[in-house]
Write a protein that binds this ligand. Structure first.
Ligand code: GZL
Ligand code: ZN
Length: 350
């Protein structure tokens, strides 16, 4: 919208210049300009609120969906940041975890001539064409949360999100320390993984990071996607429990799948968590994960901070003032074990 206002104002100024030459283009010095109060305004002056509305920075946000507590917190952080009081108009699209819906949303944002496009790409591949269209339309694209794998990285301004490989490494590091503390460092440990949406940066990074730190005594029995949802996570865990009679550890690539896995374990008459038979390692560290750890069901959650709204707003303000931003910006994240969950939950922002 800001973009349009600029062109209207420029043409109005041009019209005003032409009109002082009696309406035809002239190189003659403008006739004695009538005193300002009598000059016919080039355009009916827009009422203040309309002008203010036209000054808003219009941001199109192509969100993944509403699949998890993390996603809900992420959406909330955008909806509270990108408000008129902060100088924005937000056009929000929920793609229900379908890439074709995100591509449609980006094309709609281009049609609406938004000032910025923010994309949380559901998977990493398949974006070159539509991001090229945004580039040709002169609309900057900011990536938030997950990454894209494109041939030309000039197709996006920058990316802000979690370091997913490090999250996976930190999860394996926690397990190694935990087993050592339990005197189980030399025990054969069987692990299953509930993966996130296959091809999503969070899945790719967490799987890769954990695999890179596997101990010699650990065996990854199986990996399958639970699509980052609680219901699918429960379903996959039920199948794992039927196939394997000795599962020592579940790695759930987000908290919602961990909640589903915990339900499946209990339904199978088994136990989990710090006092149970099966260790539950999760990612995101949403509030409900702290509640699960306090309830004794989950052992640890590796944080992936979703509050990207203010971060993206700061990036836009920098770009608006002609500044430059780093291509890749990681957010700070920690590892939250059950032992400290009760003390920490009160300070959690999501
Ligand atoms: C991580 C994000 C993942 C979360 C899930 O940045 O992409 O997607 O871990 C969410 O909870 O569904
Ligand atoms: Zn075992």
């Amino acid at each position: 919208m800001k973009r349009k206002v600029l062109s209207v104002l420029l043409s109005a100024a041009l019209a005003a210049t032409l009109m002082t030459g009696c309406g035809q283009a002239t190189s003659e010095p403008a006739a004695e300009a009538a005193p300002a109060e009598e000059a016919a305004p080039a355009e009916e002056a827009a009422p203040a609120e309309e002008a203010a509305a036209d000054e808003l920075i219009v941001v199109g946000y192509a969100q993944v969906g509403a699949e998890s507590d993390w996603r809900t917190a992420n959406t909330e952080s955008f909806k509270t940041e990108f408000v008129e009081a902060n100088g924005y108009k937000l056009i929000f699209d929920d793609a229900q975890q379908k890439q074709e819906n995100q591509i449609k949303a980006i094309r709609s944002f281009i049609q609406q001539e938004v000032d910025y496009i923010v994309l949380a790409p559901v998977v990493e591949t398949g974006w070159d064409t539509v991001l090229q269209e945004a580039k040709e339309a002169g609309i900057p694209v900011i990536l938030s949360d997950r990454m894209v794998d494109v041939a030309d990285d000039s197709l996006y301004e920058c990316w802000v999100g979690g370091n997913f490989v490090k999250e996976g490494e930190d999860a394996a590091g926690w397990l190694s320390e935990y087993l050592t503390a339990q005197g189980r460092a030399d025990e054969e440990i069987n692990i299953v993984t509930l993966q996130g949406t296959i091809g999503a940066s969070a899945q790719v990074g967490r799987t890769e990071g954990f695999a890179s730190k596997m101990a010699d005594t650990w065996t990854m029995l199986d990996m399958q996607t639970g699509e980052f949802t609680q219901s699918k996570g429960q379903e996959v865990m039920e199948s794992f429990l039927k196939q394997y009679d000795d599962i020592d550890v579940v790695v759930a690539e987000n908290d919602n799948m961990a909640f589903g896995a915990i339900d499946a374990i209990k339904a199978a008459g088994k136990t989990c968590g710090p006092e149970g038979d099966i260790i539950i390692i999760s990612f995101d560290a949403v509030k409900a994960a702290f509640e699960s750890m306090i309830a004794g069901d989950m052992n640890v959650s590796v944080e992936c901070n979703p509050l990207h709204g203010p971060r993206v707003s700061e990036i836009i303000q920098t770009l608006e003032s002609g500044g430059t931003v780093d291509k890749v910006m990681y957010v700070d994240e920690g590892v939250f074990p059950a032992e400290t969950a009760a003390d920490t939950i009160g300070s959690r922002a999501y």
